[in-house]
Write a protein that binds this ligand. Structure first.
Ligand code: SAH
Ligand code: DHB
Ligand code: MG
Length: 242
């Protein structure tokens, strides 16, 4: 297939994800790899359709990004996963399916309507038995996960309100063990992350999170910039050293 020409990009992909205006070649290449590597999937596709029918924002991870999360789970074999920001459970399905025997995912969602849609999607995917969905503001529900006898999380995916990213990173550290992997979504936001003067609290939250990450001797971190059907963004990846 020839590289896409400007203006030729589709407005949505095969799974119904809305495509952000982006370099058309990013979306076309994303779609090329997704067509090869992410087969049509009844339950994942149904979840996106249910999200759309319920009017949820189409801000789920992309299919290739969901697969990336799944690969992380298959590589690190976590027994306990924490997700902050469920939306309709699309990323939750990718993660939950890849869990080995006895693995569980705790996912936190503020919006009760999003949580209801997610619960149905997860039930439809046959995954409810390995998922705990906590409804409420994550900063209110996270303390409940910190009981002294609770096992630490092995993998933590932070993908909620970006202004709270500094607090979410602090909680992730509190709830981790040496070797825990922390993934933070949406840390580039079309490059806005480098604007120190930004008046966007979400950008300031992410910048503050990176200051903590950079200064924290317990963490070793990097960033993977992403382009694709969702435009230009990125993941922060960090491992807890001690
Ligand atoms: N991880 C999902 C996308 C999450 S979108 C996926 O890839 O499929 C971000 C979600 O975080 C939204 O559903 C939003 O309602 C939720 N959210 C926003 N503020 C929150 C808060 N304070 N606590 C918990 N969830 C929050
Ligand atoms: C937004 C949030 C996300 O988690 C995401 O992946 C994309 C966009 C948003 O709030 O705009
Ligand atoms: Mg996100």
């Amino acid at each position: 297939m020839a590289p896409a020409k400007r203006g030729s990009a589709r407005t949505e992909n095969r799974q119904g994800h809305r495509l952000k205006p982006a370099e058309p070649v990013w979306a076309a290449v994303d779609q090329y790899f997704a067509d090869l590597l992410v087969p049509a999937d009844v339950e994942l596709d149904a979840a996106l359709e249910a999200n759309r029918a319920a009017g949820l924002p189409a801000i789920d991870v992309s299919p290739l990004q969901g697969k990336f999360l799944q690969l992380l789970v298959q590589m690190t074999r976590p027994q306990r996963v924490l997700e902050i920001g469920t939306l309709g459970g699309y990323s939750t399905i990718w993660i939950a399916r890849a869990l080995s025997d006895g693995g569980r995912i705790i996912t936190l969602e503020y919006n009760p309507k999003h949580a209801d849609v997610a619960r149905k999607n997860l039930e439809n995917a046959g995954l409810l038995d390995r998922i705990d969905l906590h409804v409420g503001a994550a900063l209110d529900t996270l303390p409940q996960l910190a009981s002294p006898d609770a096992a630490p999380f092995d993998l933590i995916f932070i993908d909620a309100d970006k202004r709270s990213n500094p607090q979410y990173l602090e909680w992730a550290l509190k709830l981790s063990r040496p070797g825990t992997m922390i993934v933070v979504d949406n840390v580039v936001r079309d490059g806005k992350v480098i604007d120190a003067e930004s008046d966007d609290p979400d950008i300031q939250g992410t910048r503050k999170m990176f200051e903590i990450m950079a200064a924290e001797p317990r963490l070793n971190a990097t960033v993977v910039q992403n382009v694709g059907i969702k435009g230009y963004d990125g993941y922060a990846l960090a491992v807890v050293l001690r």
